[in-house]
Design a protein around this ligand. Structure first.
Ligand SMILES: [Zn+2]
Length: 315
């Protein structure tokens, strides 16, 4: 009998160790965004999505040489790409949120800069709320595919966008996004790249390799409605083509500088192969992927402000 005691203790110890090991081998997720077993690549078959028409038109003879990689719906890196799909046939609204800077600005010293900025603390708090409230994030390419009825639509997601390519996108925004497993779309102005306070190509590439989408925001950030047709086409098409050449991935998402667009600008954007374009229209339907409204997050918008805006569309 006495010989059985060590054996029994051994068995008990082994059992405890197995339990501990099993527990410990589960991913320890402090901020488990997108970890809910989201069915990546599942087919939602959003059938009721064809409520808009893309501008049509063949290959533009004035368009620049086709240096851009083929416009196939190539999936971007999969990190953070998964989202919980809506039921087949359903297309819930996906609020598109617009940020510029994430930095601390004294409103008294620089009111315009303050208006375009949220503090890192404010930004963290906003993402924390989105995450806690069960929202996921999608890149604009994903949203556009959903609007076209291709691929699954997210059940409960927002698209975060950042305009102009400021350096804090790399230094501040990306690390905070990654804490929550979130993705975003960053719109780059070619002529700003590498300027003081703006990202250079290495930093933009790092964003893209971290699973973020890089979109185009024109060559020089001019008011596109003020340009003649040739210049308009160059500003729109070359912007994406040059970014695509730098990054080696298709660039299919566009953002109108200062939110300025008209019918011609929209048509040229569609001809250039972009699948979505964002405006600064504060609210409205998502029935045209080339004039998507966005919720502007200015310096005075706190967590409650974001919550109010997002939940107006997606409670
Ligand atoms: Zn801009």
């Amino acid at each position: 009998m006495r010989g059985l005691l060590p054996l029994a203790l051994g068995v008990l110890l082994t059992a405890v160790l197995i339990l501990l090991f099993t527990e410990g081998s589960r991913p320890a997720r402090v901020a488990p965004a997108n970890a809910s077993g989201a069915p990546s690549g599942s087919t939602g078959g959003a059938s009721g999505a064809g409520v808009y028409s893309l501008p049509t038109g063949g290959r533009d003879p004035l368009a620049p040489p086709d240096s851009r990689p083929a416009m196939v719906p190539t999936l971007l890196p999969t990190a953070g790409a998964a989202f919980t799909a809506a039921a087949p046939g359903q297309r819930p609204y996906v609020p598109v949120v617009m940020y510029h800077y994430v930095r601390t600005v004294d409103a008294g010293v620089d009111p315009l800069g303050y208006n375009l900025s949220v503090t890192p603390e404010q930004f963290s708090a906003q993402l924390n709320w989105l995450h806690a409230a069960g929202y996921e994030t999608v890149r604009m390419t994903t949203l556009a595919a959903c609007l076209r009825g291709e691929g699954a639509c997210p059940a409960r997601a927002v698209a975060l966008t950042f305009d102009d390519g400021y350096l804090d996108a790399y230094t501040t925004v990306m690390p905070i996004l990654q804490q929550y497993g979130f993705t975003a779309t960053f719109y780059i102005v070619n002529s700003f790249v590498g300027q003081p306070e703006y990202m250079n190509w290495d930093e933009i590439r790092a964003l893209q390799q971290a699973g973020m989408e890089i979109g185009a925001h024109s060559l020089t950030h001019l008011d596109l409605t003020s340009l003649d047709l040739d210049m308009l086409r160059t500003e729109v098409a070359q912007s994406g083509a040059l970014i695509a050449a730098e990054l080696g991935v298709p660039v299919v998402s566009f953002c109108y500088p200062a939110g300025r667009f008209n019918d011609t600008v929209v048509a040229v954007t569609g001809e250039a192969g972009y699948t979505s374009a964002t405006t600064t229209i504060p609210d409205g339907p998502q029935d045209n992927p080339l004039t998507l409204p966005r919720l502007r997050i200015s310096g005075s918008v706190d967590v409650e402000g974001l919550r109010w805006m997002v939940q107006a569309y997606l409670p």
